[in-house]
Structures are given as structure tokens and as C-alpha cells.
Ligand binder design. Structure first.
Ligand SMILES: *Cc1c(COP(=O)(O)O)cnc(C)c1O
Length: 449
């Protein structure tokens, strides 16, 4: 057996993969990544693919960036890990300061964790304890959206809006209040009119707050797009309007920018488009440039202040993981921010986003394509059965076959339900955007054959 064959055998037998039906995993030979360079990954047989999913939306400047590699190696020469419970470390201290400086002005303190879901869990617990600390424990409900995705831990699933997850894990979840998805409202009830959709959605929010703000701890929203639900952008004005109403009705606003943060929207943070200043902000994915698991929850001054008290009053925040504020991850994240601070990465985005928009036009109206959606440097194209003009039956797994063909043609994409997604590193070039679109076009046009 070759080494690849051995690894495939062990992969099938021992490695239980996330979100994967393991009974089918071995049907195609498992794909095993060996190394990567810039915007490309290489498998164990040396086949090269353009990384069109940015390692699941987290890679920013490409793989093996010399500056990020050097930052990691530099920190390895000092200390790999040291607990944040009761002690600091230089990269984490510097990173906390840098994040406070670059995030919206309301945010003044930074709490670290490891993954996006945890950054959300932290925000949920902070919001809950905030109201307890202020003597208003009856404010304990979270207001969330249909189709929301905030991660896979139990608290994050509770504030999520995926019916499947709620069916399976419903008995574990805490109850929430739920509003319609702004995108669905826009296209199903408002004939696509963005202004009308925003007005209707904000009116529903206000009615809910009028009735129940006395029981509501926080509203939680993704940063301008419901990403995991299939790249469903909000019409303009949702985030700013939600902030206005949250302030008026004394409810905290949590924005989850785990997917949209670090340039994905075209600005460093998606909040900047509408000058939104949330009370709590969750960051993850791109924070370390796609290198190591580190996440952060940024908090406003008044949130932080509610946790301050003389020792013994048990007002402190009860939360922390073993690897919180890991120095290696923080050192890489700091260098990631340094690369952004030089300006070139964000300045190059408008052209790339426009290139993606122009290139997506070709997919409109094709018999094998449904809706095409874009938010900044992320896009989704729905796959349709030309025979029925509907999605292929779930079990047919046609989108997996299309992605496999695309991979053979040198582009690494991944289906999201019946969608093909394009979420490349921000370092993708215009020519590489064209390549991704050309390959997906050919792979999709071939259909199920
Ligand atoms: C990916 C994602 C999460 C979860 O992040 P993990 O690092 O996978 O736990 C949370 N919120 C949003 C909006 C995401 O896209």
C-alpha cells in the first residue's frame, strides 16, 4: 500500500469527521491534505487545488504566509502555552489592546476563547450575568433569528435557527424568542424591496421589544449576512435599526462577526458599514489569519463595569478554558492585524468583490443553477436539477459530485446544502477568482452525469 492508501484506510477507520455521514465517507477515496502554499492546497498525491473555501472561511492572507509563519516560530522560542487564569502573556495583552483599538468604539475590553461558538457562548453568558449583576435577573431571554447560525455548542445552537439542530438537540436547548430572517422576509413578503423589508423587520422587532423587553437580555445577530444558512445578506439598515431599538428598549445587542470579521465584507468589520457599535461582539475564524484556534468577545464599557465589585461579591465572570489566550495563537493573530494595518489587503478588496460579482452573472438563468447570492468576498450558487427546476433530492448528493469534479479540475470548494460556495482567502487574485468561477461553471454544467 502507498502511504496515501494507508492514511485513507486509517482515516475511514479511526477519524470521526465533523458534519460527516461516516458510512458514506469511504465511498470516494478520502481526500487528504498534505501541505499548502499561498492560495493553494496540495493533497498527499501532489494534486494542487485553489482553496476556494479558505479552510472553511478562516484563511485570510493565504497559507504559509512568511510573516505569519515567522510570528509563530518566534513565539515558539519563548513559550507555547501558559494559562490566562491569573496571569498574562505578552502576545495576548498586545492582541487585546489591538482588538479594542480596531473594533467599533463602543468596545473596550477583550475576552479570549478558542472558537467562534465559544465567542458566542461567552457573549450569551456575559449578557445573562450582566442583567443578574444589575439586579434584573428576569431579563434572561435571547431574541434570535430564523436561519441564524452561531456555532455548534449547546448555547450557540440554542440561539441558532436551524430546525434540524433544534429537532435533534431541542431538549438540551434553552428557550429563545425568534424573529424572521431579514433575507427571507425581503424575498418572500416584500417582493425583494430592501427598504420595505427593513421597515417591516424593524417594526416586528419593535413590537416584540415593546411587549417583552422586560424579559429580554439581548438580541443576537450575524454581521449583515446569514452565512451558514446559505449566504443570505440582510437588506441595508437592519443592524443600525436593531441597535437603535436595542438602546431605546434597554436590551443588549450582540453582533456575531465570526464569519464577517477581518475583511470578508469588504471592510475590516461588517459593523462599519452602518457605524454599528454593539454591546458585545464575537470574533473568530479570520482572527489568526486561519492559522490557530483563537476567538474573542469584545465588550462595551458598561457591560464590563457591571462585573466589577469588591472581592467576595461574586460578580466576576465565571468562564475560562485551559487554552484561553494561547500565546502562539495570539502571536499569529497580532501579525495578522499588522498585515491588515499596512492597508493593502483592504484596499484591494473592492476590485476583487466587483470581479466576483461580474463573474457570477454568467450563472444567472442557467438551467442547472438556482439563486446566486453574494456578500463581500463570499458567494453561493444553488444547484438545480434542470429536469425539475428544483434542488436534487437530498440523498443524491449531486453537489458532492460537482465539488469532486471541481477538485479534479483544480478548485477546492465545498457544498453547503444544495449550494456551491465561493469563500476564498482575501489574498485571492482576480485571475484566481476567474478560475474558480470557470471551474465551478464547467463542473455544474456537466450536471449529474
Ligand atoms: C463559523 C461560525 C461560528 C462558529 O465558529 P466555530 O469556530 O466554528 O465554532 C459562529 N458564528 C458564525 C456567524 C459563523 O460563521
Amino acid at each position: 500500500m502507498t502511504e496515501t492508501e494507508v492514511l485513507r484506510e486509517w482515516d475511514r477507520r479511526y477519524f470521526w469527521h465533523p458534519f460527516t455521514q461516516m458510512q458514506c465517507y469511504g465511498d470516494d477515496d478520502p481526500w487528504i491534505i498534505d501541505r499548502a502554499e499561498g492560495n493553494y492546497v496540495y493533497d498527499t498525491q501532489g494534486h494542487r487545488c485553489l482553496d476556494a473555501i479558505a479552510s472553511l472561511w478562516c484563511n485570510v492572507h493565504g497559507h504559509r504566509h512568511p510573516r505569519l509563519d515567522a510570528a509563530l516560530i518566534g513565539q515558539l522560542g519563548k513559550v507555547a502555552h501558559s494559562t490566562a487564569l491569573g496571569a498574562g502573556n505578552a502576545p495576548a495583552i498586545r492582541l487585546a489592546k489591538a482588538l479594542v483599538e480596531i473594533t467599533p468604539p463602543s468596545l473596550q475590553h477583550c475576552f479570549f476563547s478558542e472558537d467562534g461558538a465559544e465567542a458566542v457562548e461567552v457573549a450569551i453568558k456575559m449578557a445573562a450575568q450582566y442583567w443578574c449583576n444589575l439586579g434584573r435577573p428576569e431579563k434572561r431571554l435571547f431574541l434570535t433569528l430564523d436561519n441564524a447560525y452561531h456555532g455548534d455548542t449547546v448555547g450557540a445552537v440554542s440561539v441558532g435557527g436551524f430546525p434540524l439542530f433544534h429537532e435533534v438537540y431541542g431538549h438540551l436547548l434553552f428557550p429563545t424568542l425568534r424573529l424572521p430572517s431579514p433575507y427571507v422576509l425581503q424575498w418572500e413578503d416584500c417582493e425583494g424591496d430592501p427598504e420595505q423589508a427593513t421597515a417591516v423587520w424593524l417594526a416586528v422587532l419593535e413590537t416584540t421589544l415593546q411587549k417583552q423587553s422586560g424579559e429580554i437580555a439581548a438580541v443576537i445577530l450575524e454581521g449583515g449576512v446569514q452565512g451558514a444558512a446559505g449566504i443570505l445578506p440582510f437588506p441595508p439598515g437592519i443592524l443600525a435599526g436593531a441597535q437603535h431599538l436595542c438602546r431605546a428598549y434597554e436590551v443588549l445587542l450582540i453582533i456575531d462577526e465570526v464569519a464577517t470579521g477581518f475583511g470578508r465584507s469588504g471592510k475590516l468589520f461588517s459593523c462599519e458599514w452602518e457605524s454599528v457599535e454593539p454591546d458585545l461582539l464575537a470574533l473568530g475564524k479570520g482572527l489568526s489569519g486561519g492559522y490557530l484556534p483563537v476567538a474573542a468577545t469584545l465588550a462595551a464599557e458598561h457591560v464590563y463595569a457591571a462585573f466589577l465589585a469588591p472581592f467576595g461579591e461574586t460578580r466576576q465572570f465565571y468562564y475560562g478554558h485551559t487554552y484561553t489566550a494561547n500565546p502562539l495563537a495570539c502571536a499569529v493573530a497580532l501579525e495578522n492585524l499588522a498585515l491588515f494595518a499596512e492597508g493593502g489587503v483592504l484596499a484591494a478588496l473592492p476590485e476583487k468583490i466587483a470581479r466576483l460579482r461580474a463573474g457570477l452573472q454568467r450563472f444567472h438563468g442557467q438551467s442547472w443553477a438556482g439563486e446566486v447570492r453574494q456578500f463581500g468576498l463570499m458567494a453561493a450558487i444553488a444547484l438545480r436539477d434542470p429536469g425539475t427546476n428544483a434542488p436534487y433530492p437530498y440523498g443524491d448528493r449531486v453537489e458532492y459530485a460537482v465539488c469532486r469534479r471541481a477538485r479534479e479540475m483544480g478548485v477546492y470548494s465545498r457544498p453547503l446544502g444544495d449550494l456551491l460556495t465561493i469563500v476564498p482567502p482575501l489574498s485571492v487574485t482576480a485571475a484566481e477568482i476567474d478560475t474558480i468561477l470557470n471551474v465551478l461553471y464547467d463542473a455544474m454544467a456537466e450536471g449529474r452525469s
